[in-house]
Ligand binder design. Structure first.
Ligand code: PLP
Length: 421
């Protein structure tokens, strides 16, 4: 059996398995800004893998930290026991997050970070005597991973429609400053006393880099605060430098109550995520609990030693190389080059913020998404990794990207757009 044929055992996630297996595109190694294919072709990574390899690939310091940790303490349970790397890493994450955020609940993915944050919000409301607040509010076109909590508050129809969802969930309409006021309507409809939390991505990533209008996040913060509703920023994509700061909360100057993160937390080397809460949230839950376990939630691998070691080394690389500042400094050039695609074939919109950009293409008549997928395949075959979501090309290079590589990215995309029908 050809292990890559349709008989292959690997059931690929979020993949058109039949198309892939008919014409597999494989990656076999990576270094800094590049992937390499099994036949040795270099592919410039314009997507940080999947929005996650923010410091570039196979960085020596991180590799070494994982190697060393694996030989010293491969695994230790975090239930009723502890190990130093997890404590040290939580401290270091808290130190670069906004001031009040100093309680870090580790998970293994963004999806788990989201479901953990939703549970923390519900536990907090109960702890302060607001147990009737069980409603959760997301946003249309929001992506919050694939757990049942995440798909319920998420707004991506394809991810939801085949599954039963949590009850008591509402969705804000898509962006628009005045649309933040839709939250007031939802509050009026259900009563603030039934609503636990609102969750949004500060900049929506997976649905195509949707940048919030000026004042939108501030407005959400004002309304949620007024009504005793927690605000969760899902920063699985935006945390760890994408916008030139440790978090989008710092970039926008808006302080939520809980921040979820993953991906760049370990430079994607070892799976890890976290729900990071303000101290008062932890205190309310822990102080009000009966003696014993205060919060009945956790994963075998929460704070896994390898992930914690990888995370510690990753934060050192970010700091030593000034990568968040670098992203900030490169953002104007990135923006300028992204907008050179204005007028390129099929382009109907260009959006950018920090080192993220979206090039939205006009869908081909009767075949949504196909043109962008063809662009993705062609770009890959010609040495550039882009990401497509629907008819949008989404870009998010490692923060070590050079200006000449930014040129290569947009020149190649222009060429590809001229070539696809
Ligand atoms: N939340 C956001 C905003 C994301 O972008 C993602 C993944 O892209 C997730 C959650 C889910 O993360 P994971 O795929 O690690 O479960």
């Amino acid at each position: 059996m050809n292990s890559l044929s349709n008989e292959s055992s690997f059931w690929m996630p979020f993949t058109d398995n039949r198309t892939f297996k008919a014409n597999p595109r494989l990656l076999s190694s990576a270094k800094d800004m590049h992937y390499f294919t099994p036949d040795g072709r270099a592919v410039l990574d314009a997507t940080s893998g999947l929005w996650c390899v923010n410091a570039g690939h196979t960085r020596a310091k991180i590799v070494e930290a994982i190697r060393t940790q694996a030989a010293v303490l491969d695994f230790a349970p975090a239930f009723q026991l502890g190990h130093p790397p997890a404590f040290e890493f939580a401290q270091k994450v808290a130190a670069i997050f906004p001031d009040e955020f100093d309680r870090v609940f580790f998970t293994n993915s963004g999806s788990e970070a989201v479901d953990s944050a939703l549970k923390i919000a519900l536990a907090y409301q109960r702890a302060i005597g607001q147990g009737a607040r069980t409603r959760l509010i997301g946003r249309e076109r929001g992506y919050h991973g694939v757990g049942f909590g995440g798909i319920s508050v998420g707004g991506i129809v394809n991810n939801r429609r085949a599954f039963p969802l949590l009850p008591g969930v509402d969705h804000l309409p898509e962006w628009g400053t005045h649309l933040a006021d839709a939250l007031e309507s939802i509050v009026a409809l259900h009563g603030a006393e039934t609503i636990a939390a609102v969750i949004v991505e500060p900049v929506a990533g997976s649905t195509g880099v949707l940048v919030p209008p000026r004042g939108y996040l501030e407005r959400l913060r004002a309304i949620t605060s007024r009504h005793g509703i927690l605000l969760i920023f899902d920063e699985v994509i935006t945390a760890f430098g994408r916008l030139g700061q440790a978090t989008a909360a710092q970039y926008f100057g808006v302080t939520p109550d809980i921040i979820t993160c993953a991906k760049g937390i370990t430079n994607a080397t070892v799976p890890m995520g976290a729900a990071v809460a303000q101290r008062r949230i932890y205190d309310a839950i822990v102080d009000s609990a009966a003696p014993g376990i205060e919060f009945f939630h956790g994963y075998t691998y929460s704070g896994h030693p390898l992930a914690a070691a990888a995370g510690l080394a990753t934060l050192e690389v970010y700091r030593e190389e000034g990568l968040f500042e670098r992203a900030r400094a490169l953002a104007p050039y990135w923006e300028e080059r992204a907008h050179t695609l204005r007028g390129a074939p099929h382009v109907i919109d260009i959006r950018n913020l920090g080192l993220m950009a979206a090039i939205e293409l006009r869908p081909r008549e009767g075949a949504p998404g196909v043109r962008a997928t063809e662009a993705f395949h062609r770009a890959f075959d010609e040495g550039l990794l882009i990401r497509v979501t629907g008819d949008t090309i989404a870009l998010s290079p490692p923060l070590i990207v050079e200006e000449t590589q930014i040129d290569q990215i947009f020149d190649k995309i222009a060429e590809v757009l001229r070539a696809v029908a």
